[in-house]
Write a protein that binds this ligand. Structure first.
Ligand code: FE2
Ligand code: FE2
Length: 221
C-alpha cells in the first residue's frame, strides 16, 4: 500500500496549491480550474499501450522543450542550470516508460498528434521583450506539468496495475516539482505580480481548452 499523504506543494501569492493524495478527488491540483473528466481514467486504463506510448512522447517533448529553452536563452544562467537538471529527469522518465512498454511486450510506435499542446501554444502572447517571451514559454511548460501531475494522480489512484500505480505516484511528485521550477524561474524573469496575473490567464485558457477537447483514452492530455 502506498502512503496516504496530503501535502501543500506550493504557495503562490495568496493561494496554496494542493496535491492531495487523499481519497477526495475534488481538490484542484496545482490551481487547475477544470478537473479532468472522471471518465478519462477508466477509458485510459482500457488503452494502456496507447497511454504508455503517448506518455513516452510527452516525456520526450518535455526534455526537448527544456533543451530548446537552454539553446534560446543561454544568457539566463539560472535557467541553464535548472533546465539541465530537468532535461535529465525528463529523459529518465522517458527511459522508464520505455522499460514499462518493453516489459509488456509493447513498442514505441509513431508519435501521436498532440492537440492539447497545439491549442496551448495558441495562448502564448506574440511579441514583447525576450523576458516576456521567456515567461510565456515557462508558464506554458508549468501548465503542462500541472495537468500531467493531475493525470498521474488519477492514474495512481484508480488503475489496478500495482507497478504502474507506484510509477505514476513517483511521476506525479516529480512533475509537481517541475511545475514549481518553471513558476519560480518565471518570477526571476518578471515581477511576481506580473507572473501571477499571467498565470491566472493561462489557467482560464487551459480550462477552456480542456472543456472542448474530446475525452480520449489514448492520450495523456
Ligand atoms: Fe516527466
Ligand atoms: Fe516534468
Amino acid at each position: 500500500m502506498l502512503p496516504e499523504i496530503t501535502f501543500v506543494l506550493y504557495t503562490f501569492g495568496q493561494t496554496s496549491y494542493f496535491c492531495s493524495m487523499g481519497k477526495d478527488l475534488t481538490n484542484h491540483v496545482l490551481g487547475l480550474q477544470l478537473p479532468t473528466d472522471p471518465r478519462w481514467v477508466n477509458i485510459a486504463e482500457m488503452h494502456m499501450e496507447e497511454i504508455l506510448v503517448d506518455h513516452a512522447y510527452c516525456e520526450q517533448k518535455a526534455a526537448s522543450s527544456c533543451i530548446s529553452l537552454i539553446v534560446q536563452f543561454p544568457d539566463f544562467p539560472a535557467l541553464v542550470d535548472m533546465m539541465t537538471d530537468v532535461v535529465a529527469e525528463e529523459w529518465s522518465h522517458f527511459e522508464r516508460v520505455m522499460e514499462h512498454l518493453k516489459k509488456r511486450g509493447m513498442s514505441l510506435g509513431p508519435q501521436r498528434k498532440d492537440e492539447y499542446v497545439m491549442r496551448l501554444q495558441q495562448v502564448l502572447k506574440k511579441g514583447g521583450s525576450r523576458e516576456d517571451q521567456l515567461v510565456e514559454k515557462l508558464l506554458m511548460n508549468a501548465l503542462i506539468e500541472a495537468r500531467s501531475c493531475e493525470r498521474f494522480k488519477l492514474l495512481h489512484q484508480q488503475i489496478m496495475d500495482e507497478e504502474l500505480k507506484k510509477f505514476y505516484f513517483e511521476l506525479m511528485v516529480s512533475e509537481a516539482g517541475h511545475y514549481k521550477n518553471f513558476i519560480e524561474l518565471a518570477q526571476t524573469v518578471k515581477s511576481e505580480a506580473y507572473v501571477r496575473q499571467r498565470w491566472k490567464e493561462f489557467l482560464v485558457a487551459e480550462a477552456e481548452i480542456m472543456a472542448t477537447l474530446e475525452v480520449r483514452g489514448d492520450r495523456m492530455h
